[in-house]
Ligand binder design. Structure first.
Ligand SMILES: C[S@@+](CC[C@H](N)C(=O)[O-])C[C@H]1O[C@@H](n2cnc3c(N)ncnc32)[C@H](O)[C@@H]1O
Length: 238
């Protein structure tokens, strides 16, 4: 079922993604910590460091924010930041809003393919595990470019299609067997954690994502692989 969903197009897939995150919202944070062995917190710290927010007052957008981990991390590293968290799944933002400091984040209902913000207003646009889900990656990247001030940084953390190497069988076992089992156990929503490995396997390789970023205008594009190449942090400057 989810296999056809990772391949399906248009509003059907958007509704599926929104419905899936609605069903797992209440266990989403716990699942992240368990699946990554707590590493995701370190990656998020790096995402915000690489966003190079200017000192003093600044504006950061966490797109596809979910429960707002990156928006919260921006506030933690830069308490003077105005942190906007935007997502199209209200249930995820609802969980985030009830977290500690939830009211310090500005929550916004938005589609990453047409974010309702003015051109060139953000000092940084960051995302965590968003890009793999969007229907039109080029459009999503172009929108992030549009929203940035000149010199502003875009930083994306996501699972990517891992390189083939000696570890590939182990990685496949972890992604295709361990993660769905953990998801079934903790959320009773097995399909969501079958969708995760499937959408990662179908997503771009790290070099391909860099090329897409450069194609919409980002400069100084680069990336770092994490967790045996299953995850990467990409960044680029407007
Ligand atoms: C895997 S979660 C990531 C949440 C959070 N950013 C994190 O790092 O944990 C993906 C989020 O992206 C959101 N999302 C997917 N497609 C979107 C779109 N087109 N517009 C806005 N949000 C989207 C989902 O609703 C979900 O909350």
């Amino acid at each position: 079922m989810s296999n056809s969903m990772t391949q399906s197009r248009g509003s059907e897939r958007s509704s599926y993604v929104r419905d899936m995150f609605t069903r797992i919202a209440y266990r989403y944070d716990l699942m992240n910590r368990l699946m990554t062995g707590g590493q995701d917190a370190r990656w998020r710290r790096e995402v915000i460091r690489r966003a190079s927010l200017p000192p003093g007052r600044n504006l950061v957008l966490d797109l596809g924010a979910g429960t707002g981990d990156l928006a919260f991390e921006a506030l933690r590293q830069h308490p003077e930041t105005t942190s906007v968290a935007a997502d199209f799944t209200l249930a995820m933002m609802h969980v985030g809003r009830h977290r500690r400091n939830g009211r310090r984040v500005h929550w916004s209902s938005a589609d990453a393919l047409k974010p309702p913000f003015t051109d060139g207003i953000f000092d940084a646009v960051v995302s965590g595990f968003l890009l793999r889900n969007v229907l039109d990656i080029q459009k999503a990247l172009a929108e992030q470019y549009r929203l940035l001030k000149p010199g502003g940084m875009m930083v994306a953390l996501d699972t990517i299609r891992p390189p083939d190497n000696l570890l590939s069988p182990l990685i496949r076992f972890y992604m295709n067997i361990v993660i769905p089992a953990l998801g079934r156990l903790l959320t009773s929503q097995a399909d969501a954690y079958i969708y995760l490995p499937e959408s990662s396997a179908r997503f771009l390789r790290a070099e391909e994502l860099s090329a897409r970023m450069a194609a919409v205008g980002f400069r100084e594009v680069n990336f770092r692989r994490k967790m045996f190449g299953v995850v990467a942090i990409h960044w680029g400057k407007k």
